[in-house]
Design a protein around this ligand. Structure first.
Ligand code: HEM
Length: 184
């Protein structure tokens, strides 16, 4: 499934802030629209931009982790989840040159990406989109939804992940924080 995130003047999500964490920034936008499926003619408005990613199979998750995740992970679109984050990320050529087992070891055995994140479920809903195979400027578009009251827990999780060995391979990262426009 292809998903497009369009920054511009329209969309359900009102941008609170866009922070450049590492590398090149993204142009400003007042709203973000998430469009599921093939979206024609997205860039009609001047200054608008679109990031695309595909939802695909997990690459690193073990059977045991998959079971835990499926028990704890909430769906997107909960009525209480009126805050969201879109964090586009690109990893380095060095990361992509590593064999699969070495990447898994960095991702989980040494950085504990899944183990640490589990504590934040079900407060945070997530979806991962892959852009690298589409030739996009970001390898990953990570999307999160939560209640505004859980925003500080989300900040804590992000801060923890950025201090891991995995993040040494992140060469571009932008964080977009939003609130559902209908409610704010
Ligand atoms: C909310 C709790 C979170 C959970 C449960 C979670 C879980 C996961 C899982 C299971 C994967 C592996 C998918 C696969 O096997 O292909 C993954 C990948 C990823 N996550 Fe998270 N995550 C969370 C939060 C975050 C946050 C806050 C960020 C960004 C700051 C993030 C960024 C990523 C990225 C970039 C990948 C792709 C890694 C790669 O394939 O190299 N995650 N996450």
């Amino acid at each position: 499934v292809l998903v497009s995130f369009r920054g511009g003047d329209v969309g359900r999500w009102r941008v609170e802030r866009i922070a450049t964490v590492t590398g090149a920034p993204l142009p400003p936008a007042a709203r973000i629209a998430m469009i599921e499926g093939v979206a024609p003619d997205l860039e009609t408005e001047e200054g608008a931009w679109t990031l695309r990613g595909a939802i695909s199979e997990d690459r690193y998750v073990t059977a045991r982790e998959r079971t835990m995740l499926s028990t704890l992970q909430p769906p997107l679109g909960r009525s209480t989840a009126t805050a969201a984050a879109l964090i586009p990320i690109t990893k380095s050529a060095e990361w992509w040159s590593l064999p699969q087992d070495a990447r898994r070891a960095i991702f989980e055995e040494r950085s504990h990406h899944i183990a640490r994140s589990l504590a934040y479920l079900p407060r945070i809903a997530r979806r991962l989109h892959h852009g690298r195979d589409l030739g996009e400027q970001f390898d990953f578009l990570t999307w999160f939804e939560f209640a505004p009251a859980d925003a500080s827990a989300f900040d804590e999780l992000v801060g923890m992940l950025r201090a891991t060995e995995e993040w040494r391979y992140v060469e571009r990262e932008v964080e977009i924080r939003m609130l559902l426009a209908e409610f704010n």
